[in-house]
Design a protein around this ligand. Structure first.
Ligand code: NAP
Length: 259
């Protein structure tokens, strides 16, 4: 059991739904003060209520992670409520599907701002808090899509997720000065509200192509994030871990049929 999280303050961007909510609940169950940051406050407040009902400590903050002023305000609100920030889980992201032929420059910019620029903004905004605390942890939610695999309609998304991994290598070096680590979790297909929107056919096909024969649960990602945030992972930085039930392993459809 990882016991070093109790009493720490964690910001989870995109914590109102899906993977972020899973991360928030895993940290809350370990005794962390959880700040759920998202644009929609109804879902964020509902997630807070769920955590409180389970005996946890949480608050919702309205934030657009693509906007610098909004990100700074999120960190300020966290510091005011809990006295600082110990852990940042930069998880908020979008995955609109559009093939290159239909994709506008604005579509590209929106995905890059929400998924990649946000990592930079959120990490930058937390540095003073990490410095004041004498330590910090950052966990990025990347993806297998981009760094490892491709999927039609997600060229912008894949570029943003691979970009997060490029960002973290140099960020790890710079953050070491503040005794802060930064690592990334690369989920496969995880059952979330966002993924549900892609339809039943997509979900069934994806589950069939995964060696463990199921989509991931949000807690599967929460547990990996918890490990990176723990004292036990203090010497790991600039790294990434794939959490995908073996999804990236089969080299052909036949390989799956052989299982
Ligand atoms: P989701 O269910 O759609 O939830 C997305 C969360 O991000 C919501 O809380 C949403 O709240 C928030 N968000 C979106 N844009 C935001 C913005 N501009 N500012 C602040 N918050 C914002 O998505 P998910 O499936 O959990 O995905 C979460 C992360 O995991 C993403 O980075 C995604 O790329 C990554 N991922 C997911 C999967 C998967 O299979 N689900 C696989 C690999 C990677 P608001 O809309 O209210 O702001």
């Amino acid at each position: 059991m990882l016991t070093s999280i109790s009493g720490k303050t964690v910001i989870v961007t995109g914590g109102s739904k899906g993977i972020g909510k899973g991360i928030a609940k895993v940290f809350a169950a370990q005794g962390a003060n959880v700040v759920i940051a998202a644009r929609g406050q109804e879902a964020a407040e509902a997630a807070v209520a769920e955590i409180k009902a389970d005996g946890g400590t949480a608050m919702a903050v309205s934030c657009d992670v693509a906007d610098w002023d909004s990100v700074q305000a999120m960190v300020a609100a966290t510091t005011e409520a809990f006295g600082g920030v110990d852990i940042l889980c930069a998880n908020a992201g979008i995955f609109p599907q559009k093939k290159l032929i239909e994709m506008s420059p604005e579509d590209w910019d929106q995905v890059m701002s929400t998924n990649l620029k946000s990592s930079f903004l959120c990490v930058k905004a937390c540095i003073p808090a990490f410095e004041a605390a004498g330590a910090g942890r950052v966990v990025l939610t990347s993806s297998i899509t981009g760094p490892v695999t491709g999927f039609p309609g997600w060229s912008h998304y894949g570029a943003s997720k691979a970009g997060q991994l490029g960002f973290l290598k140099t960020a790890a070096m710079e953050l070491s000065r503040y005794n802060t680590t930064i690592n990334a979790v690369m989920p496969g297909n995880i059952y979330t509200e966002g993924l549900q929107d892609l339809g039943e056919d997509y979900l069934n096909t994806m589950a069939a192509s995964i060696p463990l024969k199921r989509l991931g649960a949000v807690e599967d990602i929460g547990n990996a994030a918890l490990f990176f945030a723990s004292q036990e992972a203090a010497y790991i930085t600039g790294q990434q871990i794939v959490v995908d039930g073996g999804q990236i392993l089969p080299e052909s459809l036949e390989a799956i049929d052989e299982i």
